[in-house]
Design a protein around this ligand. Structure first.
Ligand SMILES: Cc1cc2nc3c(=O)[nH]c(=O)nc-3n(C[C@H](O)[C@H](O)[C@H](O)COP(=O)(O)OP(=O)(O)OC[C@H]3O[C@@H](n4cnc5c(N)ncnc54)[C@H](O)[C@@H]3O)c2cc1C
Length: 476
């Protein structure tokens, strides 16, 4: 397979976004500064928080520090799917209760429109397309939507979903592997690094003091709090921690989630082949295996595909850049693409990269205020942060301003519902589950049984989550 080895190199998305617009430079912090709010982490969560704060309190002195460049973390490395996660609605209902769970589903769907409106109002050309997302079964063994439609009717959300036959699935994107599917009309895709860089631009225009290549080395939880960096410090009344997977290295969050590295590849531009496989809309696709493939096309005529396998990361080491065997993990989605579309045999993969996912046991994020009450964290977006960090930005901004409103009353605004196992136990457990998921899927693709051991080990995190869902969101 013609494919580069993923390494520390920037994702295709970030390379493309920086070529399009490198943006105004933001210096590293080399002074002692006083601010009203200091945000640590320049991904979507930090940037949306900063933007929401400027909207509500234009005069606020906001400093945002980022160890790399804004969008250098998961936010500039992902699949670019914006999903209302309707497929997970029963989990929300279980975790949060009927009304609150449904409210969270609607809040996510509304957030997709709000993000679309924001990028259009602010001239952020991030290839945002709301052509829906499609789940496709690529094997008899994969679960279909079952009686999902009845369930959606009961919940009053049947208009959000369309169950597709094999022909209808293939009419949207023509893979001979597609056996049927389900279409969510309110899903969207975007070029995530262009979105991150666009948010960065808006934040700068609104006077946010951005310091890139500035790593928080220590956090003094006093009043005011002090954020220390290699060459400076920021004294702030409030601190917001939005460091994503990297927070696994911070004592208060060591057990909040596990870190997985997920890998993505991009093909060379193949506009003619996209026509040939009938992929003329910007519908995003995910299949139904346990470690699913997610794939979408780009505005410059490529296919970007991720998933199919992933690596466990010890603690928060290297921010989730699992360097070892990275090529193996990046080959998984590349192989998956050729398996799904034999018509693409011979296509070149020009980019491969990985990124960290902060996976909580419940798969939902959490919001926690640390003692003495002026340090707020929004973390654990569990591979679904594009939409949920928008809500998170609102939640964190309201929290900083001590407001109780439609955002702070979202049911997700609560500390961790369950903790992840501690290290050194977590790494081998996650590693075993990831291995079992990848190999169980491969066996079933080959027409074999999943295998009892692969089934038990791979499914363990899901079974644990189901227990938590049945139990509901009780305090720890
Ligand atoms: C391969 C992959 C595919 C994905 N696909 C999708 C998808 O299709 N749809 C979806 O909704 N979600 C997806 N996700 C998840 C999504 O990218 C994340 O949920 C989202 O980007 C999280 O945003 P964040 O701001 O919390 O974290 P990040 O974007 O990781 O931001 C955290 C930032 O904090 C910085 N930082 C860390 N430590 C420090 C420190 N000490 N000092 C200063 N700065 C620090 C980091 O450099 C980083 O930039 C995917 C993730 C990956 C990795």
């Amino acid at each position: 397979m013609d494919m580069p080895t993923p390494g520390a190199a920037r994702s295709f998305w970030l390379q493309e976004a920086l070529t399009d617009d490198p943006g105004e430079p933001a210096p590293p912090l080399e002074q002692h500064l006083v601010a009203d709010v200091c945000i640590v982490g320049g991904g979507f969560a930090g940037l949306w928080t900063a933007i929401q704060l400027t909207e509500r309190e234009p005069g606020l002195r906001i400093a945002l520090i980022e160890q790399d460049i804004a969008g250098g973390g998961a936010s500039g490395r992902n699949g670019g799917f914006l999903s209302a996660s309707w497929f997970d609605i029963d989990a929300y209902l279980g975790l949060f209760g009927e009304d609150a769970g449904l409210r969270y589903g609607h809040a996510q769907a509304d957030a997709i429109d709000a993000i679309g409106a924001f990028v259009s109002d602010h001239g952020i050309d991030c290839w945002f397309h709301k052509d829906g997302t499609m789940g496709a079964r690529t094997g008899d063994w994969q679960e279909g939507f079952g009686d999902g439609l009845t369930r959606f009717e009961q919940l009053g959300i049947a208009d959000r979903v369309e169950v597709l036959s094999a022909e209808q699935t293939r009419a949207r994107v023509d893979s001979p592997r597609f056996l049927g599917g389900v279409f969510f009309s309110d899903g969207a895709v975007c070029q995530p690094a262009r979105l991150a860089r666009g948010l960065r631009r808006v934040a700068l225009e609104r006077g946010v003091h951005l310091f890139e290549r500035t790593r928080m080395t220590a956090l003094e939880r006093s009043r005011p709090a002090v954020v220390r960096t290699e060459h400076g410090a920021i004294k702030a009344d409030r601190v917001v921690v939005t460091t994503g997977a990297w927070a696994a290295d911070m004592t208060p969050f060591k057990r909040s989630f596990g870190v997985i590295a997920d890998y993505v590849v991009a093909t060379e531009p193949i506009p003619d082949l996209l026509e040939e496989i009938g992929w003329t809309s910007q519908v995003g696709v995910a299949d139904g295996r346990e470690w699913l493939y997610y794939l979408r096309r780009t505005d410059d005529g490529r296919i970007v595909i991720g998933g199919g396998a992933g690596a466990a990361v010890y603690g928060g080491r290297g921010g989730g850049r699992a360097a070892t065997s990275a090529r193996h993990y990046a080959e998984a989605p590349a192989r998956g693409l050729l398996w799904m579309f034999p018509q693409l045999e011979g296509v070149r993969f020009t980019h491969a990269w990985g990124g960290p996912i902060d996976q909580t046991p419940t798969f939902v994020p959490f919001y926690r205020t640390l003692e003495p009450g002026n340090v707020h964290a929004g973390l654990g977006y569990s591979g679904h942060g594009l939409v949920q960090t928008y809500l998170g930005g609102h939640i964190l901004a309201s929290t900083v301003l001590d407001r109780e409103d439609e955002w702070t009353t979202l049911p997700v605004n609560r500390p961790e519902i369950a903790m992840a196992p501690p290290e050194p136990l977590r790494y081998p457990l996650v590693r075993a589950a990831a291995f079992a998921l990848e190999h169980g899927d491969a066996r079933q693709d080959a027409g074999r049984s999943r295998g009892v051991v692969y089934d038990l080990v791979g499914d363990a995190p899901i079974r644990y989550r189901e227990r938590l869902i049945r139990r509901g969101a009780q305090p720890q």
